[in-house]
Write a protein that binds this ligand. Structure first.
Ligand code: DMJ
Length: 643
């Protein structure tokens, strides 16, 4: 759960290049075709020369050459008793009918060679008669053939696997008319966001709702991958917006192509695209989503080609070359990025029968288990070349957050069989509670950040997801501490609600302090923005599911109204730059996670719990629901359901 796009990108250092196994496949195909053409030209020139030489050289030389060649080939083991002599492997003939037969044979072969040469010469001449355009068109046709073959290979049918229990996909209709009305309002907001993206940003990654055009950031590279379409699919499905869902499916089927020369964030592509496609597949049963998810996952694999197996933050989808963010401490990879792949990768192995994805994420886990942790805390930075920690900065917000979330969710997603993940989660949370969680003077519980032995009394909007995580992890907590973690979740929800309530717009700032007489309020100007983030609303939803305390529904509704009032513009929804200003300016970005997460969590709060029940579904960090895999043990490769 990190936002690299918002962090400084200056002073990037390029790591050494790594080439994946599939580097440059199309390039190779192109070279082969051009080489073919050049070879053809050389061959035809050579044939012309030989043919000319054959007719214009003096007779004796012609015969000598042919005689030597033919004799060597035709009669290598001659019987010398019949008049021939074998001198050092070469044959000198005797006379009589042998000689006659030999001359006939020689003539026949000479004619055959002449005919072959003439035919080749004719073909070459024909080729050369063609115009440059015709030749280019032929080359293009051949190229297309190669591309088609590659595509066919890419989309080879996946093995059928038993589908997990898909419970509660179309349930959850609330009886209360007030709740139904509120639910309809949220659905209308989704439609407004989608319709405007459809009209002004279709195929682009995101929308600029004020400029009314497409938008993108470096996390998606320089290509138009339709991030909003993929991220929004499951929300559309859950809300019953089926026409819009079909539009999205059609675009994905026809246009979503990953063979692009584009450098993308492995983490973002995993949580938004692979997570989004997998959820769309499980909800709708449409094969195209599964196939695209698997194709894309294959493009991410070269990112793992590092000395340690800790993946690079970014990978070029075409070349497979990876590197890290320039701003990351000492060329490090980021904990929340390489630690937020597990859920999607386990599903990929499950659906494909290929353990490669599972092995990659388990390798990361094993490596982390072996490492010393300062005060039991995981630093946010790890160097993929040396396998050593970078700066000792620990955070449950940006750079660290979803790593902890995925430890808990790996356990839940395995039907609670993956006890190793649960233990890692419990250990990590205990260290976090000891070193990072404090109460402010005014009694607000907050989660600070640990920087080189010092606690910074600041909490990010991103950190607010942890309220929901503590509540989700309460069941199964060590030492009978379920009540304690549910209470901790409630306290974080309360603090984050305060961070909203203490603003003019009733929307939360990006970061807020608990220092120098300030409580849950942003101090620096560049921390006062709200970019349609979901984390606080996500925590309200989990708290609602686990407690049914009506205040969580109420808080969710307050946020809905504030978003509709201050972030809605005629061209969609925009983030705002200062939540303390009564006349805020817009950042002019409709983030894809607004459709994937914010609106989904708001909507789910206005449905009944039997829609996507938490015993059967686990939401990835981008709010894409993936079903629990009822596997017989923790290792996929040892499971009979998994081949
Ligand atoms: C989302 O992409 C995900 O929730 C991620 O884990 C963190 N950041 C954004 C939303 O704020």
């Amino acid at each position: 759960m990190t936002t690299p796009a918002l962090l400084p990108l200056s002073g990037r250092r390029l790591p050494p290049l790594t080439l994946g196994a599939s580097a440059f496949p199309h390039h190779r195909a192109t070279l082969r075709l051009s080489e073919k053409f050049i070879l053809l030209l050389i061959l035809s020139a050579f044939i012309t020369l030989c043919f000319g030489a054959f007719f214009f050289l003096p007779d004796s030389s012609k015969h000598k050459r042919f005689d030597l060649g033919l004799e060597d080939v035709l009669i290598p083991h001659v019987d010398t008793s019949k008049g021939g002599k074998n001198l050092g492997g070469f044959l000198i003939h005797g006379q009589g009918h042998d000689e006659h037969r030999h001359r006939e044979e020689e003539e026949r072969l000479r004619n055959k060679i002449r005919a072959d040469h003439e035919k080749a010469l004719e073909e070459a001449k024909e080729k050369l008669k063609k115009s440059r355009d015709e030749i280019q068109a032929e080359i293009q046709t051949e190229k297309n053939k190669v591309v088609q073959e590659l595509k066919k290979k890419d989309s080879k049918p996946l093995p059928p696997v038993p589908l997990p229990n898909l419970i509660g996909i179309n349930s959850g209709e609330p009886a209360d008319p007030d709740i139904r009305e509120k639910r309809n309002k949220i659905k209308e907001m989704m439609k407004h966001a989608w319709d405007n993206y459809r009209q002004y940003g279709w195929g682009h990654n995101e929308l600029k709702p004020i400029a009314r055009k497409g938008h993108s950031t470096n996390i998606f590279g320089n290509s138009q991958m339709g991030a909003t379409i993929v991220d929004a699919l499951d929300t559309l499905y859950i809300m019953g917006l089926h026409d819009e869902f079909r539009e999205g499916q059609e675009w994905i089927d026809k246009n979503l192509d990953f063979s692009v020369n584009s450098e993308v964030s492995v983490f973002e592509v995993n949580i938004r695209f692979i997570g989004g496609l997998l959820a769309a597949y499980y909800l709708s049963g449409q094969e195209v989503f599964k196939v695209k998810a698997v194709q894309l996952a294959g493009k991410l694999l070269p990112a793992f080609n590092t000395p340690t197996g800790i993946p690079w933050a970014m990978v070029n989808l075409k070349s497979g070359v990876g590197r890290n963010w320039g701003w990351a401490s000492a060329g490090s990879s980021i904990l929340a990025e390489f630690g937020t792949l597990h859920m999607e990768f386990v599903h990929l192995s499950y659906l494909t029968g290929d353990p490669v994805y599972y092995n990659k994420v388990m390798h990361i886990r094993k490596l982390l288990q072996k490492m010393d942790r300062p005060n039991g805390l995981y630093p946010n930075y790890l160097n993929p070349r040396t396998g050593r920690w970078g700066q000792h900065h620990t955070s449950v917000g940006g750079l660290g957050d979803s790593f902890y979330e995925y430890l808990l969710k790996a356990w839940l997603m395995s039907d609670k069989m993956d006890t190793e993940a649960r233990k890692m989660y419990d250990d990590a949370i205990e260290a976090i509670e000891k070193h990072l969680i404090r109460k402010s003077n005014g009694g607000l519980t907050f989660i600070g950040e640990w920087k080189n032995g010092h606690l910074e009394r600041k909490m990010g909007h991103l950190t607010c997801f942890a309220g929901g995580m503590f509540a989700l992890g309460a069941d199964g907590a060590r030492d009978d501490k379920a009540g304690h973690y549910l209470q901790l979740g409630a306290e974080i929800a309360h603090t984050c609600h305060e961070s909203y309530d203490r603003t003019t717009l009733k929307l939360g700032p990006e970061a807020f302090k608990f220092d120098g007489g300030v409580e849950a309020v942003a101090v620096r100007q560049n921390e006062k923005y709200y970019i349609l983030r979901p984390e606080v609303i996500e925590t309200y939803w989990y708290m609602w599911r686990f407690t049914h305390d009506p205040k969580y529904r109420q808080w969710g509704w307050e946020a809905t109204q504030a978003i509709d009032k201050y972030c809605r513009v005629s061209g969609g929804f925009s983030g705002v730059k200062d939540v303390y200003s009564s006349s805020p300016t817009y950042d002019d970005v409709q983030q894809s996670f607004f459709l994937a997460e914010t609106l989904k969590y708001l909507y789910l709060q206005k449905k009944k719990d039997d829609l996507l029940p938490l015993d059967n579904w686990v939401f990835n960090t981008e709010a894409h629901p993936l079903p629990v895999l009822h596997l017989a043990n923790t290792t996929l490769s040892g499971n009979p359901a998994y081949r």
